[in-house]
Design a protein around this ligand. Structure first.
Ligand SMILES: [Mn+2]
Length: 338
């Protein structure tokens, strides 16, 4: 990876000059968002910086084992503490998102902050909401990009097993356990470097993927057996879950993680969506295989976004309406879905 087009030295100077540093990531943070952010946080801690991390909302339970994860300030739960941190910040790192909207309620406070802001991200078409934008859309995870930046700055000496496990978690989760977004040599070279820190791959895997409740497993069974709708003519699958159904299975945040990918075991399937009913909107997770671009679909029809094969958006309507609208939209792309 060639980071020479970025003013990397100026980042080092900035870090050295300031003391109060803040890191934040997107709403509903995933393994990459948390892994990339905590890797950077732990490096900056090793430099004796006064560094904190704010998440716009709660992080999923299967990520809480990561080094310094318990220190993350949840904006929804502690807005006063979070706002004070934002006010005092001299340098802010935005990690793994391409639009200030992704900070949800925390967005306004960050927007008005006079701190110098650096974005490190791999989503397409980042908006201009930072002073310095490091955007590499060909890289599979923000965690890998953060790792590259740490090396390029010359902070390699601060890396250790805990930080390597944060980076590994981001790479592992954003590549679907190395099944997509990893068809380039760099990621395997970086993996071989990370392995040298003696990361416990089995531990990380079981924390992230084998750490669910029985009720979550049964909810998955219910989704596949009773809820998965296959529309053969557009090679699409849709699973919709109401609040009521989720409550029946003692739903906890993070429980539906990975459900949207399950239908892809079916031969020939090109598109899959998971629709979750929330208090005042419907949350849509969109996935595709091959060249069908769900980022474009999410942007054009729902003001959402993400990557070509994985995107998300929201709709202010009922669950049934959202499902019908999505199918209607998909039918416009009939030829691309063949
Ligand atoms: Mn990511």
């Amino acid at each position: 990876m060639d980071l020479s087009k970025y003013p990397i030295k100026s980042i080092r100077d900035k870090i050295e000059k300031v003391n109060n540093i803040l890191i934040t990531t997107h709403f509903n943070p995933d393994g990459d968002a948390i892994g990339a952010s905590l890797a950077l946080l732990n490096v900056l801690k090793a430099l004796n910086k006064n560094v904190s991390m704010i998440s716009p909302n709660e992080l999923p339970f299967f990520l809480t084992w990561m080094k310094s994860a318990t220190e993350i300030i949840n904006y929804e739960q502690q807005p006063h503490i979070a706002n004070e941190k934002i006010e005092n910040a001299e340098l802010i790192f935005y990690i793994d998102f391409n639009s200030i909207d992704r900070l949800a309620k925390a967005g306004d406070s960050f927007h008005v902050s006079s701190a110098y802001k650096i974005l490190i991200d791999h989503h397409p078409d980042p908006e201009e909401f930072a002073d310095l934008i490091i955007s590499e859309t060909k890289i599979g995870s923000a965690a890998e990009l953060v790792y590259e930046v740490i090396k390029e700055i010359g902070f390699e000496e601060f890396l250790n097993k805990d930080i390597a496990e944060c980076i590994f978690t981001g790479i592992m989760t954003d590549t679907g356990n190395f099944s997509f977004s990893c068809a380039y040599p760099g990621v395997w070279e970086n993996m071989s470097e990370l392995i040298k820190f003696e990361i416990d791959r089995d531990f990380v895997f079981s924390q992230v993927y084998d750490n669910y409740s029985e009720s979550r497993m049964r909810l998955m069974g219910y989704c596949l057996n009773d809820k998965m709708r296959i529309i053969p003519e557009i090679n699409s699958a849709i699973i919709s879950l109401s609040i009521n159904e989720m409550e029946n299975f003692e739903y906890k945040p993070g429980d539906s993680e990975g459900f949207v990918n399950l239908p892809f075991s079916i031969s020939g399937l090109k598109f899959s969506a998971l629709l979750l009913e929330k208090e005042d909107h419907i949350k849509l997770s969109l996935r595709s295989k091959g060249k069908f671009d769900v980022n474009k679909l999410a942007r054009k029809h729902f003001k959402g976004g993400g990557h070509m094969n994985a995107a998300g958006c929201e709709a202010s309507m009922s669950l049934i309406e959202a499902e019908s609208l999505l199918i209607e939209i998909l039918r416009e792309y009939m030829t691309e879905l063949q």
